[in-house]
Design a protein around this ligand. Structure first.
Ligand SMILES: Cc1cc2nc3c(=O)[nH]c(=O)nc-3n(C[C@H](O)[C@H](O)[C@H](O)COP(=O)(O)O)c2cc1C
Length: 326
């Protein structure tokens, strides 16, 4: 389990426990003590196994668009169990949510020491790319490899998108951002290019309040904007209608644009299309004409609360190469 640790003393305790068990990497006492001291004031995640710290990671802001993976370590007995990747995922989600564009990390260049070769491989496997080697940054026996990652790449945005059901900050979403999000929606592919999806962007507080009052049980009540997704059941060819696929592609595009711009959302479809047909009531409020159905609402806003990434089945349980079985 990955936990965000708030308490500075707990941060110091965990980083000491982990780093002192990893002297192959953190051999020099002075720099180890420095990592421990600095970790107390940095965003800090611990990987926990039965209440035992298995590892930790902390981040440091190095510019208004850049964050550094300041230090991470996983105790040797927990290596190759996915803790490092899960720690990294939590830190990356946080960095994307905070609006950073790049993440950097420094390590000893590969080809010098076996242990650091493993570290280099790990960073590349989570998506870092080589930026530069500074031969003399530490000393000539430890050339400093700087890796960088574009946090706003499609792949990272996809990885950091999670359904957000918490409260939103009150600040309005600028029209320019709402337009970018809506454009991402209508730019989605559609079967035979029938473009069966339309959108109504709602940022007027009175209209928003009327929509929210219809949603029962209430969700997204603090959202400063919502995108209402409309669909038309037009056949692409013969009796083939791809309207569901069309609006699904549009919704996913918008969810990704929302995350890339630093906002959060959730795909609310089941909630509004159930037997009580909240969707039809929303359509009435918005004056949606005959032939269009409201299929989904997407709140848009900055998150006030933390979110929890849902657990996904292991990759290997769902993805196979070349054949279904072994
Ligand atoms: C077709 C569809 C309908 C959904 N409807 C709802 C909904 O009505 N309410 C809700 O809270 N989440 C809804 N979701 C979000 C899912 O619950 C969510 O995607 C899933 O739990 C996985 O979590 P993740 O989005 O964080 O990966 C819907 C998702 C899809 C694709």
């Amino acid at each position: 389990m990955i936990r965000f640790i708030e308490d500075p003393d707990e941060r110091r305790k965990i980083s000491r426990l982990v780093l002192e068990s990893l002297t192959d990497w953190f051999e020099v006492e002075e720099s180890r003590e420095n990592y421990i001291k600095e970790s107390a004031d940095q965003p800090f995640w611990a990987a926990v196994d039965n209440d035992e710290p298995a590892g930790f990671l902390c981040l440091k802001e190095t510019g208004n668009s850049t964050v550094e993976l300041a230090v991470m370590g996983v105790r040797k007995e927990y290596h190759r169990k996915g803790y490092g990747r899960r720690l990294f995922d939590a830190a990356r989600d946080y960095a994307v949510m905070k609006g950073y564009s790049f993440m950097q990390v420094k390590t000893v260049r590969s080809g010098m020491y076996e242990d650091y070769d493993i570290t280099n491989k790990f960073y590349v496997s989570v998506g870092f790319r080589e930026l530069e080697v500074l031969e003399e940054y530490w000393d000539k026996d430890n050339p400093c490899q700087i890796y960088v990652m574009n946090l706003k790449s499609a792949i990272n945005t996809i990885a950091s998108r999670h359904s957000y059901r918490g409260r939103f900050l009150e600040e309005p979403v600028p029209r320019e951002d709402l337009e970018i999000i809506a454009r991402a929606g209508v730019n989605a592919p559609s079967g035979c290019n029938k473009q069966t999806t339309d959108l109504i962007v709602v940022d007027d507080p009175d209209v928003l309040a009327r929509i929210k009052s219809l949603i029962d049980p209430p969700v997204a009540q603090t959202a400063p904007a919502m995108i209402v997704v409309l669909s038309r059941r037009i056949n692409a060819y013969r009796d083939k209608c791809f309207a569901t696929q069309d609006y699904s592609a549009a919704i996913e595009n918008m969810l990704l644009a929302i995350v890339e711009l630093g906002y959060q959302s959730c795909w609310y479809e089941g909630h509004i299309t159930d037997d009580d047909r909240i969707c039809d009531k929303i359509a009435d409020v918005l004056g949606v004409p005959e032939g269009y159905g409201v299929v989904c609402v997407l709140p848009v806003g900055k998150a006030l609360d933390d979110f929890h990434a849902p657990s996904k089945k292991p990759f290997g349980e769902r993805v196979r190469f070349n054949h279904f079985g072994d």
